[in-house]
Design a protein around this ligand. Structure first.
Ligand code: GDP
Ligand code: MG
Length: 397
C-alpha cells in the first residue's frame, strides 16, 4: 500500500513529502527539481488501545507515542505533472508511471493561485482548474493503458467467454486494478457485458469511474499560510462539490516544526495545534516559529499535513488498525511483548484476513479467533473493527 503525492510543479509536493517522511529531498523554486520519485515512510496516527486499556505497549512494527500508534505507510513523491503529461509532456508518461501502485493520492494544490498551469510563478491562476487538470491527466493515462490492443482484447473476451471483470483487471494489473474495482465501475455505469460494443465515451466513463475507485484522491490546499480565507473557502467549496475532502495545509510550516523537533528545540506532535519550546533558539528561529503559531496553528488548528495523511489512510482507503496477539489476557505475543504488531486492513476484513496478513501459513491453518476485549470466539462472519485486538487460533502444522 502506497500513498502518492501528486500535482503540478512548484505547489509544495516535495515539501509535503519531506515533512511527512522527514526525508531530506531537493526543495527548490523551479519546476522538475524532482526527477526520480522519492520513496519514504510516513505515519498514519491513530489512538492506541493502551490509552483505553491502560497497558504499556512494546511496539515492534510501529511507533508508540503519548497514547497514539504511529503506523508506517509508504509514501511516494511524484515529480510534477504538467498539462499534456499523458502524451509525454515534461516527461509526464514516466512520472505518471510512478503512480502505478499508489492506492491513494494526495493532490497538492497551491491555494494562493501564484503558480500557473506549468508550475511557473504568476499572479493570477485559478487553483480550481488544477483539480480538473489532474483528473484529466490521470484519466487519459489510464485510458491509454486500457486501450492498448483493446479491440483485439475485447473480441477475445467475447469469443473465449472470459470473465469480463477478471480479464480487464488482468489487463490493468500493472496499475494495481483489482477485479472488484472493475466490477464496481461497470456496475456503477451499467455497462453492457459485451465489451466490443462499448463506445469511446463509455470507455472513457469507465476509466474515470475506475480512477475514482482505484486511485481515490484527497486535496491538500497547500501554502494555506499565504492564502486568504476567501481563497481557501473557494477551493474547499469547489473541491467538495467534486466529491473531494479538501484540507488547508502548510507543508512548509510542518517541515519547519518537524525539523525543530528533531533538533530538540521543540516538542511537537504532528497534527497538534501547538508545540512546546524546549531550548533557546536564535532570534531568527524564534521568529519563524512565532509566525507559524500565528499564521498556521492558531488560524487552522494544525498544519493540516498529518490530517491529510490520516484521512487518506482511514477515510479514502478505509483501512483500520488491528492488533494480533497470542495471549488474549496479557494482550501479548509469546515473549510477553504487549501489542507488538499492528496491521492496516480494509474495513470489512475478517479474522482470517488478518491471519493471512500476519503469515500465509497462519491464514491457511486458521481455525477461529478470539476477540481479546470481549473474550468471545469470532469467525468468518465477524467484521474486524478499528483497534480490535485479536488472538488467532490455528491448527498445529
Ligand atoms: N508559503 C509556503 N510555501 C511553500 C509551502 N510548501 C512549499 N512551499 C514553497 O513552494 C516552493 C516549491 O516547493 P516544492 O516542495 O519544491 O514543490 P514541488 O515542485 O511541488 O515539489 C518552494 O519554494 C517551497 O518552499 C507552504 O506550505 N507555504
Ligand atoms: Mg518536487
Amino acid at each position: 500500500m502506497e500513498v502518492g503525492v501528486v500535482g503540478k510543479p512548484n505547489v509544495g509536493k516535495s515539501t509535503f513529502f519531506s515533512a511527512a517522511t522527514l526525508v531530506d529531498v531537493d526543495i527548490a523554486n523551479y519546476p522538475f527539481t524532482t526527477i526520480e520519485a522519492n520513496v519514504g515512510v510516513t505515519y498514519a496516527i491513530a489512538e492506541h488501545p493502551c490509552k483505553e486499556l491502560g497497558c504499556r505497549a512494546n511496539p515492534q512494527n510501529y511507533e508508540y507515542k503519548d497514547g497514539t500508534a504511529l503506523v508506517p505507510v509508504k509514501m511516494i513523491d511524484v515529480a510534477g505533472l504538467v498539462p499534456g503529461a499523458h502524451e509525454g509532456r515534461g516527461l509526464g508518461n514516466k512520472f505518471l508511471d510512478d503512480l502505478r501502485m499508489a492506492s491513494a493520492l494526495i493532490h497538492v494544490i497551491d491555494a494562493t493561485g501564484k503558480t500557473d498551469a506549468e508550475g511557473q510563478p504568476t499572479d493570477h491562476h485559478d487553483p480550481v482548474e488544477d483539480i480538473e487538470f489532474l483528473e484529466r491527466e490521470i484519466d487519459y493515462w489510464m485510458l491509454g493503458i486500457l486501450k492498448k490492443g483493446w479491440e483485439k482484447f475485447a473480441k477475445r473476451i467475447k469469443l473465449q467467454h472470459m470473465k469480463l471483470e477478471q480479464a480487464i483487471a488482468d489487463h490493468l494489473s500493472g496499475i494495481g486494478v483489482k477485479e472488484g474495482d472493475v466490477w464496481e465501475a461497470i456496475h456503477r455505469l451499467g455497462l453492457g457485458d459485451d465489451p466490443t460494443k462499448w463506445t469511446d465515451d463509455e470507455l472513457f466513463a469507465f476509466v474515470r469511474e475506475l480512477r475514482k475507485i482505484n486511485k481515490p484522491m484527497i486535496i491538500a490546499a497547500n501554502k494555506a499560510d499565504a492564502a486568504s480565507d476567501e481563497q481557501i473557502e473557494r477551493l474547499k467549496k469547489e473541491g467538495e462539490k467534486r466529491g473531494y475532502i479538501v484540507i488547508p495545509t502548510s507543508a512548509a510550516a510542518e517541515l519547519t516544526l518537524r525539523k525543530a523537533a528533531r533538533a530538540g528545540f521543540i516538542d511537537y506532535i504532528p497534527g497538534s495545534s501547538d508545540f512546546k519550546v524546549l531550548k533557546k533558539m536564535n532570534p531568527q528561529q524564534e521568529k519563524a516559529l512565532q509566525l507559524i503559531k500565528e499564521r498556521v496553528l492558531e488560524r487552522f488548528g494544525s498544519t493540516g499535513v498529518q490530517e491529510v495523511i490520516n484521512r487518506a489512510v482511514f477515510e479514502l482507503l478505509k483501512l483500520i488498525p488491528v492488533y494480533p496477539v497470542q495471549d488474549e489476557n496479557k494482550l501479548a505475543d509469546q515473549f510477553g511483548n504487549v501489542l507488538p504488531h499492528v496491521y492496516l486492513l480494509p474495513k470489512g476484513s475478517t479474522p482470517r484476513d488478518l491471519a493471512y496478513k500476519v503469515h500465509t501459513d497462519l491464514g491457511r491453518t486458521f481455525l477461529y479467533a478470539v476477540n481479546a476485549r470481549t473474550h468471545r470466539r469470532v469467525g468468518d462472519d465477524y467484521q474486524l473493527e478499528f483497534n480490535d485486538i485479536i488472538k488467532i487460533v490455528a491448527t498445529a502444522k
